[in-house]
Design a protein around this ligand. Structure first.
Ligand SMILES: [Zn+2]
Length: 73
């Protein structure tokens, strides 16, 4: 799951552009998605490649879908 780094939620994220590349018409080789947070106007990019896996840049971050235990602050 991709979340806004400022708001710490995916709730306000909007995909503003999305591209995928296919190596042979079937297998996805690369995905690029640009996100904007409609709440704080942060933008970020999510990229996934077959070689390197997922990568994010800008003001978004990748969170796994596992529930997080409360951590002591
Ligand atoms: Zn935000």
């Amino acid at each position: 799951m991709i979340v806004c780094d400022n708001c710490e939620t995916s709730q306000f994220l909007q995909i503003i552009s999305s591209r995928s590349y296919y190596s042979n018409g079937e297998d996805i080789e690369e995905i690029t998605e640009e996100y904007e947070c409609t709440l704080c106007k942060s933008t970020g990019k999510y990229e996934w490649t077959e070689e390197d896996g997922p990568d994010v840049s800008g003001n978004v971050r990748l969170e796994d879908d596992q529930p997080r235990w409360p951590t002591p602050s």
